[in-house]
Design a protein around this ligand. Structure first.
Ligand code: ACM
Length: 382
């Protein structure tokens, strides 16, 4: 252990792993910024137990395998054992054996497919019961039950679609198409897919496409004349950041389920949005991934304040059950699963590149990463 709880003014060194280059940087740069903003605020307020947070940051360049290598370097060469990072589930899966073997703690601020609970991870993004469930219900009620799946080809889209298929079929809906593209897909790769969508005429398209490809899917959709008013693309991964990249006119009318949108009203979010814009520019928007990256640093800081050590066992014990008044509303880390109770919202993108919130939970929804409360095939009943 590096950081003993004795009196010292030495900084707390922490690892940061987000891709600031490559096809995932469209969203991971915002996670980096959310992390950076929280660190700067915490340090400006005097640090933790009088000690500053100092990030040791690497850019894995959107290469999943590189996340594993950098996690190892952070833990072995840089003597860091708390790592804040990862967007894709494939990058998380590359870091997982490293933090499990070397007993580190990964703070993971991204929605994912669920069905995982490592003692070496704190999950601060949504599980399927906190986004897919309400999205499925909303889409079936408002558009119909014939869904067409389009996803990037890796674990999150395939697993997320497996869950969505279960929810859908348990409630009388059906999957009328399912297509996967490389994470490097370009505009022309989506053309045959949007043409197939035009032919099949589903009620809704469910996209689990991530990164730069998101932009190409929505642009190809608009280009062949598909109209979001009649048949929207619904997603869990298309945030304000991807909408800004594709163009507000292209994104307008499409639907996303998320715990956070920039337009949420309330003091905590007003402060977050104005500080974020002051730091990174008036023209940038916050989004669910930046927000989770921001509030998880505050959860960490609170736990570290109590633990006064980066020892994983001690720190994790302090983290479990901890709450924070996040920009999305109050959130709590569930002691059983290490996942976070989060708010559930559905938004429709407007002409300004923001989401109008059309549906929202009354309180934070309990994290249920294994969908135990719903039964594996019982769908969204209740
Ligand atoms: C993801 O890969 N968890 C979006």
């Amino acid at each position: 252990m590096l950081n003993h709880p004795q009196a010292t003014s030495a900084p707390w060194r922490i690892g940061v792993l987000f891709s600031r280059t490559g096809f995932m940087s469209v969203i991971e740069e915002t996670q980096y910024q959310g992390t950076q903003l929280a660190i700067e605020e915490i340090n400006a307020a005097g640090g933790i137990c009088g000690r500053e947070l100092v990030p040791v940051a690497y850019d894995p360049g959107s290469d999943s395998i590189a996340y594993g290598h950098f996690a190892k370097r952070l833990m072995i060469e840089d003597d860091v054992n708390a790592i804040f990072g990862c967007y894709t589930s494939s990058s998380r899966k590359a870091v997982l054996p490293v933090v499990e073997r070397l007993n580190g703690l990964l703070w993971y601020p991204t929605l994912y497919e669920g069905f995982e609970a490592s003692p070496n991870v704190i999950y601060t993004g949504a599980s399927p019961n906190q986004n897919s469930l309400s999205l499925c219900r909303y889409l079936m009620d408002n558009y119909g039950g014939r869904f067409y799946f389009v996803g990037s080809d890796y674990i999150y889209p395939r697993e997320s679609n497996r869950v969505m298929r279960e929810l859908l079929t348990a409630n009388g809906g059906s999957v009328v198409g399912e297509r996967y593209v490389s994470v490097h897909a370009r505009w022309q790769d989506f053309l045959p897919i949007v043409q197939d969508i035009r032919r099949v005429k589903p009620d809704v398209v469910f996209s689990t496409v991530v990164g730069d490809s998101t932009v190409y899917l929505y642009q190809a959709y608009a280009n062949v004349g598909l109209d979001p008013k009649m048949m929207p693309i619904a997603s869990l991964t298309t945030t304000e950041a991807e909408i800004a990249a594709m163009g507000h006119d292209v994104g307008e009318g499409h639907i996303t389920a998320a715990s956070y949108f920039q337009g949420i009203e309330g003091h905590a979010n007003d402060c977050f949005v104005s500080r974020y814009k002051k730091r990174f520019g008036n023209d940038v928007s916050t989004n669910m991934c930046a927000e989770a990256s921001y509030f998880q640093m505050y959860l960490f800081a609170r736990a570290l304040e109590q633990a006064n050590t980066l020892d994983t066992e001690v720190l994790r014990a302090m983290v479990l059950g901890i709450s924070f008044d996040a920009p999305q509303g109050a959130v709590t880390v569930d002691p059983m699963s290490g996942h976070t109770d989060l708010w559930t919202r559905i938004g429709r993108a407007n002409r300004k590149g923001q989401f109008d919130i059309i549906n929202e939970s009354r309180e934070a929804v309990h994290a249920d990463p294994f969908l135990i409360g719903y039964g594996r095939a019982a769908g969204y009943a209740g």
